[in-house]
Write a protein that binds this ligand. Structure first.
Ligand code: ADP
Ligand code: MG
Length: 377
């Protein structure tokens, strides 16, 4: 990273920062409903080499960006001004200014092993790596959760994606060997031990390579539907509804909102259930929770796709403990929890099922919970 930075900018960076991608074990589309989620950081991560500048210029380069250096000025950052990938890092600097900080200029070089658009949160990894770099470069003294919320603000307000805070909190706050139990309303998070390999199990990620596009409006429409349902029920957010309230809620809501509400309410309950199981050391019991979560996203939220369903169905047919699509939906990745000695057969069966269906070959890799964002050099 240091040499690449020097080739681009002609000097060595002040430091290098890293932030991971994530997979969410359970708790999908719950963050913007003030609810719960349970992500882990994955070993794939985004690196940012950065050097302070005194003149307010902000220069951006990415090994994945496929273009020349983007040359901006910190004082002139306004939403809409950057329409390329540069909106994510520039948005972080903008969000810091919006929050009342006085970040100066910098040169940034970015490189990443998180595949983009695969539901593994390359956008949050990028935002968090830049936010952590700026925090140190300009001595801002912000906490990891505060930097995560700066990243979310960048994505919402500058890149124009109305995401919740789960991805950024995962990238910023996760710890190795743990899942992160998020309570979005309380602004609280707790580490929950999660180490499948110590119990003879493995968590497999299957990237279907169906590119989701969260900017295409479907995500925003789902979010608006949830918010409308909460308003009609006189609630601050769907977080305030329990499974016991569902029957009564269904009686007052328009029919098309009922499945959305049912997903959010049952999904929050699944997160709570999963945390209880993990804390009790019953890792295998997570399996059915994952699979129930997938059915809810497929049938109630309707954001799965044939490729993701095929991974889930095939994995279960070949003995997986549980499987579900992860991320915002419409493609991306599936996670599969399985006994170690089943993983190879499951992988082969999924690959073969994709070939038979005429889909492009999926990417499969095991993950274990990795560390969150930090300075590495
Ligand atoms: P996901 O976060 O699931 O990977 P998103 O659509 O939210 O998918 O974010 C992907 C976008 O983030 C990319 O299209 C690109 O604009 C930006 N991005 C992520 N990582 C990088 C990177 N290493 N270099 C440049 N842009 C990146
Ligand atoms: Mg993203």
């Amino acid at each position: 990273m240091k040499e690449a930075f020097r080739r681009i900018y002609g000097a060595y960076p002040d430091g290098v920062w890293a932030a991971p991608g994530r997979v969410n074990l359970i708790g999908e589309h719950t963050d913007y409903n003030d609810g719960f989620a349970l992500p882990i950081a994955i070993p794939q991560h985004t690196l940012v080499a950065a050097r302070r500048r005194q003149d307010g210029r902000l220069r951006l380069h990415s090994a994945q960006g496929d273009g020349p250096v983007i040359d901006l000025h910190v004082e002139r950052l306004t939403p809409g001004a950057v329409t390329t990938w540069g909106a994510y890092p520039a948005g972080v600097v903008w969000a810091l200014r919006e929050a009342g900080h006085r970040p100066g200029g910098a040169d940034l070089h970015i490189d990443s092993t998180v595949p983009t658009g695969a539901g593994l949160s390359s956008s949050a990894a990028l935002e968090c790596a830049v936010a952590f770099a700026y925090n140190d470069l300009y001595g801002l003294n912000l906490s990891a959760p505060a930097l995560a919320l700066i990243g979310q603000r960048a994505e919402n307000g500058f890149a124009g994606v109305p995401c919740g805070a789960m991805d950024q909190l995962a990238s910023a706050c996760c710890a190795a060997g743990s899942a992160l139990h998020l309570d979005i309303r309380a602004g609280a998070h707790e580490q929950v031990p999660f180490a499948p390999e110590t119990q003879g199990m493995s968590l497999l990620v299957v990237d279907t390579r169906v590119k989701h596009d969260l900017g295409d409006g479907a995500y925003a429409a789902l979010r608006a539907g949830c918010e409308q349902a909460a308003r009609l029920l006189g609630l601050v957010a769907l977080r305030d509804l329990t499974p016991a309230d569902l029957h009564g809620a269904a009686a007052v809501l328009p029919a098309h909102l009922v499945p959305l509400v049912r997903h959010v309410v049952t999904e929050n309950a699944r997160v709570t259930d999963a945390v209880v199981r993990l804390r009790a050391g019953h890792l295998a019991a997570l399996g059915p929770i994952l699979t129930a979560g997938h059915a809810s996203l497929r049938d109630d939220f309707r954001i799965s796709c044939p490729e993701s369903d095929l991974v889930v169905d095939t994995a279960l047919a070949y003995g997986a403990l549980g499987a579900r699509m992860t991320g915002g939906g419409f493609g991306g990745s599936v996670i599969v929890l399985a006994e170690e000695d089943r993983v190879e057969a499951i992988g082969a069966a999924v690959t073969s099922a994709f070939r038979t269906a005429g889909y492009q070959a999926p990417h499969l890799f095991p993950v274990s919970p990795a560390v969150g964002a930090r300075r590495i050099v």
